[in-house]
Design a protein around this ligand. Structure first.
Ligand SMILES: O=C(CO)COP(=O)(O)O
Length: 136
């Protein structure tokens, strides 16, 4: 895995499609204290929802269908994302599906850990890259 800065602040991208936003919000609320020690960003609606509901600072890119996925892709290419939690919707087609696919492709290409559901997101937080903080 392409993990830099073990034990240091990480850049975490948070993204969810509409039908998965509640799952992501619940996950963020469960880990607010840990996540508050890192730099968070996300696509527009997701980022604003998390910031409003948790008071965590979350840098908001454009909304996904308006280019936000592409902006997160660019941030990955620029080395500004250490890992991504992307709860995409497996049951609904998206108008910007090519952007979603491109984002997932870039994340694979740049070896960015990606969690697409709650159990993987939990696993990522419990993994060695955050172990010190997790057990604190
Ligand atoms: O569509 C998205 C990801 O593909 C998410 O966008 P929003 O966070 O703006 O809803």
């Amino acid at each position: 895995m392409n993990i830099k800065n073990i034990g240091e602040q990480k850049h975490i991208a948070l993204i969810a499609h509409d039908n998965r936003k509640n799952d992501l919000l619940k996950w963020v609320k469960k880990h607010t204290s840990l996540l508050s020690r890192h730099f968070l960003c996300g696509t527009g609606t997701t980022a604003k929802m998390i910031a409003t509901e948790t008071l965590l600072p979350v840098r908001a890119y454009e909304s996904g269908p308006l280019g936000g996925d592409q902006q997160i892709s660019a941030a990955i290419v620029d080395g500004k994302v250490d890992f991504m939690v992307f709860f995409w919707d497996p049951l609904t087609s998206q108008p910007h599906d090519p952007d979603v696919k491109a984002l997932l492709r870039i994340a694979v290409l740049y070896d960015i850990p990606v969690a697409m559901n709650v159990s993987t997101a939990d696993f990522l937080l419990k993994s060695s890259m955050m172990e010190k903080e997790y057990i604190r």
